[in-house]
Ligand binder design. Structure first.
Ligand code: PFF
Length: 460
């Protein structure tokens, strides 16, 4: 059985693939609406704070596991556990990541399917005042949603089936430059056609009234999701890194690019929304309802700018989806000695089945609540993003911080300064596990049991 990964054939492949993974719907669809819901500037500041203090260290830990373990998420952890005399059961962290990646694939593709559909809808023109009804109608169409979702999944699987160089690297080399140009074009358009000053002040002004434990949870969850932490993607991509590439530098580049695009997305969306007289607190419908209405008001210009915006979203979603598929495909090929083609075929079927559940959550199973969660779509999203992701993040942090101290080396990490290295280990050992677990417990108590422990403590 061959468990070692092959390597990217050049030094920029990891940077491109990991940035393509990180920059996705989370940045352009998720970040602006979450900032809108959580009081603008305060959320943005918290987000940046968590990206630097927790996101980057745990990101580096995940890439390190992959690079040093040189295999899929499960086998990498197993081989490092053996090297450090740790139990092989640590591989549960890898399995958790793969499970999260599959569930995410199942709902992410559905949102991406809407994006494709909306590209065409806005191109053919949406009448003023019709966006809200259109969004309600689109969510009720099981057949249409399935068609767009399946197109998206098949296209992503096609790239993955072609391998890491001829498939993933080649696609990223084309997608990423396009993505950056499109984001910049949207920012410039927002600045010219929208209310740029109002947009900026919304994004960066401090509104302390809106501060609550939920803001902290939202900021940290968003930071991890946006950086693609905790789903095995970074381990898989890290395992293909050439030996002379350094983990810390590569991670820094990707994290900076991801945060930059999230801020740029805010700068593209808020000025346009304000300029057209909308409040950007539209929740997850911000993109499909508010932006579509904004494009409708622009008349024939909207028939050009609208599709451009949705094309940008589609490109971002596509490069992320490719990366979401990689951990499970790598796992199947290496653990079961399957061809990449066969492994991708199996994952394709799993993704389609999961996406059907998530599609049904919008219509036929719309009212099928699962515990405190409204429907299967929300349940999948919650279970992967808020439940599993933080658990896997904590697991990787503890594994590297406590078990791999003898395995971690400054050469692989590219950290020469001893104090910096100690700080990184200290964060992994203490800060991130404690912080992530407190957030995890508080968040789950609130969402699953409607028990607001913070309010109870504050009231005492
Ligand atoms: N980081 C991506 C986004 O912001 O949309 C989503 C994502 C990609 C999550 C890859 C997880 C992953 F493995």
């Amino acid at each position: 059985m061959k468990t070692e990964s092959s390597q990217w054939n050049n030094n920029t492949a990891f940077l491109l693939a990991a940035t393509g993974s990180a920059v996705g719907l989370g940045n352009i669809w998720g970040f602006p609406y979450k900032a809108g819901e959580n009081g603008g500037g305060l959320f943005v500041l918290l987000y940046i704070f968590f990206v630097i203090t927790l996101g980057l260290p745990v990101f580096m830990a995940e890439v390190f596991i992959g690079k040093k373990g040189k295999s899929n998420p499960v086998s990498s952890i197993e081989s490092l556990a053996a090297k450090s005399n740790s139990s092989a059961s640590w591989n549960i962290v890898g399995y958790g990541g793969i499970l999260a990646s599959l569930i995410i694939a199942g709902y992410y593709a559905v949102i991406a399917g809407f994006v494709l559909n909306y590209g065409f809808l806005t191109a053919s023109g949406v009448e003023e005042g019709a966006a809200q009804a259109l969004w309600t109608d689109q969510q009720s169409q099981f057949g249409d949603m399935t068609m767009w979702t399946v197109i998206f999944i098949v296209a992503s699987c096609y790239v993955v089936a072609n391998g890491i160089d001829a498939g993933i690297d080649k696609a990223m080399r084309f997608l990423l430059p396009m993505l950056f140009i499109l984001v910049l074009a949207m920012v410039i358009y927002g600045a010219v056609a929208g209310d740029f000053t109002k947009g900026i002040s919304y994004l960066f002004s401090w509104k302390s009234d809106d501060f609550s434990a939920a803001t902290v949870q939202a900021a940290i969850g968003q930071a991890f999701f946006s950086l693609s932490i905790g789903m095995g993607t970074l381990m898989a991509f890290g395992s293909y890194m050439p030996s002379n590439q350094k983990v810390s530098k590569a991670s820094g580049v990707v994290v900076t690019a991801d945060t930059g695009v999230a801020l740029l997305a805010g700068l593209a969306i808020f000025p346009l929304a304000f300029g057209l007289g909308f409040q950007p607190e539209g929740g997850s419908a911000l993109v499909f309802e508010t932006m579509t209405e904004a494009f409708a008001r622009l008349g024939s210009v909207g028939q050009f700018v609208g599709p451009l915006f949705f094309f940008l979203l589609a490109v971002a979603a596509f490069s992320s989806m490719i990366s979401i598929l990689e951990p499970s495909v790598a796992f199947l090929t290496q653990k079961f000695s399957m061809t990449r083609m066969k492994a991708t075929g199996i994952i394709l079927i799993v993704c389609i089945l999961l996406s059907l559940v998530s599609i049904a959550g919008h219509n036929v199973w719309k009212d099928l609540s699962i515990g405190a969660l409204d429907n299967p779509f929300e349940a999948m999203k919650y279970f992967a993003d808020d439940f599993l992701l933080l658990l896997v993040g904590t697991g990787m942090s503890i594994f590297v911080g406590w078990r791999l101290q003898k395995v971690v080396d400054s050469n692989t990490m590219g950290i020469e300064n001893k104090a910096m290295m100690n700080l990184w280990i200290f964060i992994l050992k203490w800060v991130s596990p404690i912080f992530l677990m407190v957030i995890w417990i508080l968040g789950n108590l609130k969402v699953l049991f409607d028990y607001d422990l913070v309010a109870v403590i504050l009231a005492v």
